[in-house]
Design a protein around this ligand. Structure first.
Ligand code: HEC
Length: 406
């Protein structure tokens, strides 16, 4: 295992654990807030928000939410902020390990835009910092008076920047940057707005002063934003397993569909409490169905561009593909990376341990070869070996013919 691979593994593991803890906690608190109940005798008690009972881990939990009277601060108070920080810090480290290191192999795609590594990293860092500033300032200035305008501005900026990323970085890096952007905004919200307002709340309670409700409102606003960002963010974090999304010519549109679907589903999950299922399950099902249909419509390949081979095979006039031709194409276009000892300096070991040295190996990966080289054209990696359309079609036909070895 190379040092680079080890770093990737270690940081990714931490990132996943911290991310589960952070998002898991935030979902639990959302759930708690919405399930609190006020007993009739405490309905009008000032500062009392309700209580609930839970059963878990071999016992019962009794939980209450309330504002404390001035001077009533408990000795030990639990905060929930380091899970967020660890997720963000490990995420940024992963950005460096996967996208900035290794010569920017995963960041820069010359077929999208030629650029040097320093330029690509500057765009990456600059856009992330800039995005936070635009978002934060617009909510500080417009948020209290015109939240709709601030919301629209943030949305347009997010969509604009997402589109921009797909025009300057490789598809995979573009998607990931949208995720880093959302994660950075969420972390900024936690550390620059939510935690400071909670600190002031705690300080006011400790020193026996009244609370500033404007602060609470501002913090609540940002925590609602974070809530809506979670599902889109989680899709983006998974997206590198789905080359059919980021590798699509309209990858920005595919991303928009999935982000809106994620935020929409989150919305109906938020409002579901106390409502009959038709009011939230049906909209969720509709969003899921609609976005799935849209996704398939968007990512379907035009049939005309793909000489259908089942039909062609039946047609005596069309020649069957010879495996020798397939192997020649694979050797020329894939073997520099996908071999026992790759010759491509970027990848000292075969990526994903996928190797095409023998006919059996090629045949074993037939379905993925069709998917990556022909359907969504995300292999060869950044088309480094210059594969052309005829070669892609040849591989597609060979797989459709049953991936034979003759
Ligand atoms: C310049 C190096 C390079 C070349 C050339 C290359 N690949 Fe890849 N391949 C990669 C990298 C990097 C990954 C892992 C990242 C990913 O999956 O996008 C990968 C992953 C794969 C995978 C495993 C992931 C999956 O989706 O199943 C398959 C299959 C694959 N490549 C097929 C091909 C085929 C077919 C060709 C030739 C047409 C090819 N590759 C040429 C670098 C390369």
């Amino acid at each position: 295992m190379s040092v680079h691979e080890f770093l990737d593994l270690a940081v990714r593991w931490v990132h996943l654990i911290a991310g589960i803890m952070w998002i898991g906690n935030s979902m639990l608190f959302n759930w708690l807030d919405r399930n609190l109940e006020k007993p009739p005798e405490r309905k009008d008690e000032p500062g009392y928000e309700g209580k609930l009972w839970m059963v878990h881990s071999g016992g019962f939990y009794e939980l209450e939410k309330k504002q404390l009277a001035p001077g009533q601060l408990p000795e030990r108070l639990h905060w929930f902020k380091w899970q967020n920080f660890t997720t963000w810090a490990s995420g940024i480290s992963l950005l460096v390990v996967v996208y900035y290191m290794n010569g920017g192999a995963f960041l820069i795609d010359p077929s999208v835009r030629e650029m040097g590594l320093p330029q690509a990293i500057s765009i990456s860092v600059g856009s992330l910092v800039g995005a936070w500033l635009v978002y934060d300032v617009s909510w500080r200035v417009l948020g209290p008076r015109a939240p709709t305008a601030a919301g629209l501005l943030s949305l347009v900026a997010l969509l604009g920047l997402s589109y921009f990323y797909t025009r300057v970085f490789s598809g995979r890096a573009a998607y990931l940057h949208v995720g880093v952007l959302l994660g950075t905004v969420m972390t900024g919200n936690v550390w620059m707005v939510i935690v400071p307002s909670q600190r002031k709340l705690v300080a006011a309670t400790a020193s026996g002063q009244a609370q500033d409700f404007a602060l609470n409102k501002k913090a609540k606003q940002r925590s609602i934003h974070n809530n809506y960002m979670t599902f889109p963010l989680l899709f983006v974090m998974l997206s590198n397993h789905f080359p059919g999304t980021y590798g699509h010519p309209l990858n920005w549109l595919v991303l928009f569909v999935l982000m809106f679907a994620g935020a929409g589903i989150r919305h109906f999950m938020n409002i579901r409490f106390g409502k009959p299922p038709v009011l939230w399950l049906v909209p969720i099902a509709l969003i899921a169905l609609l976005s799935t249909l849209l996704l398939f419509a968007l990512t379907a390949r035009p049939a005309a561009a793909t000489p259908s081979t089942q039909a062609a095979g039946a047609d005596a006039g069309v020649q069957r593909v010879a495996f020798a031709e397939v192997q020649a194409v694979i050797s020329a276009r894939c073997l520099s990376c996908h071999a026992q000892t790759p010759t491509e300096p970027m990848f000292p070991v075969p990526p994903n341990n996928v190797m095409f040295d023998t006919p059996a190996q090629i045949q074993g990966y037939a379905a993925r070869i069709k998917e990556r080289a022909y359907v969504n054209r995300t292999m060869p990696f950044i088309n480094k070996t210059g594969m052309d359309d005829a070669e892609r079609a040849l591989l597609g036909r060979w797989v459709d013919e049953g991936a034979h070895l003759d």
